[in-house]
Design a protein around this ligand. Structure first.
Ligand code: MG
Length: 447
């Protein structure tokens, strides 16, 4: 059975998959959910209307009813599923991938991405197509929904508690799905909001849609030129947000996650903060010193969300700018993250000061290409030869006096990634070189 789902949904290069592929995904989705009502959104990609229409055709053919949300952020689809009491939802997006990609995310009735067991059921339906066409009088219908979008905006606005009249923010929407959301919400809060890359354009002419440092040069310079208090950048579907401080410096995803954790623990007094195993120790440090408990999961935001439901967590998130605010909803929401950061800056001052008070670590990583069939054997050997406490929920994480080392195989590419975090540049580089040499030697011995 072919595996369709990666860590966040299904992704493909548009040219290599014809519209029949999307129709088949639609039919599989229809059978997967039964003759239920689903909400569907799409991002601004050039291929999204084509894929959306094919997908909807497949769904309607099985008797599913569809609510068309239009171009919306991914977290809005998740919000709509819960708000409208639907069986599930779908989002046509390839998130932060380059423009030639597209993809599909599948949500359960609780608004969270379906768990792995359900992904397997979906993959099984896709691999073994059945004729599930409804009769002429049983075909589903598609209706346009315009009421949940303002509700979603209100839900975010409620979380901005202060008057932002004195603050200026630059918002980089990456020509993506946040355009109708973050700038308007900031303006409504009284903030002087300057929007860039704010025309919907699936070619992403302003910048590539991943909100990482190397793509944010224009955001950084616009913050400096305007003397803004912050800059925020979304990915293409706006479930992520990364930040730039008032001096134009990039704030890492681990740093913003630590800032959100401190804020959440100040409000709640205690509770779990759920993060994946590859998160900086900085986050654990601030969680513990603010009276909370850290809980590590394997990598993947759906796993974080489901753990958060289980342990009634205060906050969860990833070091890539994806943050989950459980009082709002159990999924990553970049628009909520942007609003919360605006709130934090307005109450405790310049972002560069907040960042400077966080614990400091050096983190470096390197990837090594491996033959796919060797991945498992290499990790088995690493586990066998590890000294001291080992965490093997996702890869092999070992703690040393100087910090930690994580050796993890990619789920989608033939690579093993080595991440090292210590308190000094020198030891970080030294340990990374040592571990890379160790793995290369191991690969030589095994092959
Ligand atoms: Mg995304």
């Amino acid at each position: 059975m072919a595996r369709l789902f990666g860590t966040n949904g299904i992704r493909w290069v548009v040219e290599s998959h014809n519209p029949e592929y999307a129709i088949r995904l639609g039919v599989s989705s229809g059978i997967f959910f039964g003759k239920e009502k689903l909400a569907i959104g799409k991002d601004t990609r050039t291929s999204s209307p084509m894929i959306f229409n094919a997908l909807v055709s497949g769904l309607l053919s099985t008797g599913c009813n569809v609510i068309d949300l239009g171009i919306v952020p991914t977290p809005l689809v998740q919000y709509a599923v819960k708000k409208l009491g639907l069986a599930g939802g779908l989002m046509v997006t390839a998130s932060h991938n380059p423009p030639e990609f597209n993809g599909l995310m599948v949500f359960s009735g609780d608004g969270t991405e379906i768990p792995r067991a359900d992904e397997e059921r979906f993959e099984n339906l896709f691999s073994n197509p059945k004729n599930n066409s409804a009769a002429w009088d049983g075909v589903g219908n598609c209706t346009v929904e315009n009421s949940v979008q303002p509700d979603y905006k209100d839900a975010i606005r409620k979380c901005i508690s202060r008057d932002m009249g004195k603050l200026t923010a630059v918002i980089d929407c990456a020509n993506g799905a946040a355009i109708e959301y973050t700038p308007g919400i900031f303006t409504d809060a009284g903030c002087n909001a300057i929007a860039i890359n704010s025309e919907p354009d699936g070619r992403f002419p302003g910048r590539m849609p991943e909100p990482v440092r190397e793509n944010l040069g224009i955001l950084m310079s616009t913050v400096r030129e305007n003397g803004a208090d912050m800059g925020v950048a979304h990915d293409g579907d706006a479930d992520r947000a990364t930040f730039v401080d008032e001096t134009g410096n990039y704030v890492t995803g681990d740093q913003s996650l630590a800032i959100f954790a401190i804020d959440a623990l100040k409000q709640n007094g205690k509770g779990y903060v759920v993060v994946p195993i590859n998160t900086s120790k900085m986050v654990e440090d601030v969680v513990v010193s603010n009276g909370g408990k850290i809980d590590y999961t394997a990598v993947g935001s759906p796993l974080i969300a489901r753990r958060m439901m289980k342990n009634d967590a205060t906050l969860g998130g990833e070091g890539n700018g994806g943050v989950i605010f459980p009082k709002h909803q159990f999924c990553r929401d970049g628009i909520m993250a942007a609003a919360r950061m605006l709130n934090i800056i307005s109450s405790i001052g310049p972002l560069s000061n907040i960042v400077s008070e966080l614990p400091k670590y050096s983190t470096r990583s390197e990837k090594i290409r491996v033959r796919p069939e060797l991945k498992e054997r290499i990790l088995e050997r690493v586990l066998k030869e590890s000294i001291g406490p080992v965490n093997d929920i996702d890869g092999i994480k070992t703690e040393t006096e100087e910090g930690w080392v994580l050796i993890r195989a990619s789920g989608t590419e033939p690579i093993i990634r080595i991440t090292v975090e210590t308190q000094s540049e020198e030891s970080c580089g030294r340990i990374l070189t040592d571990r890379v040499n160790y793995l290369k030697e191991l690969m030589g011995n095994l092959s």
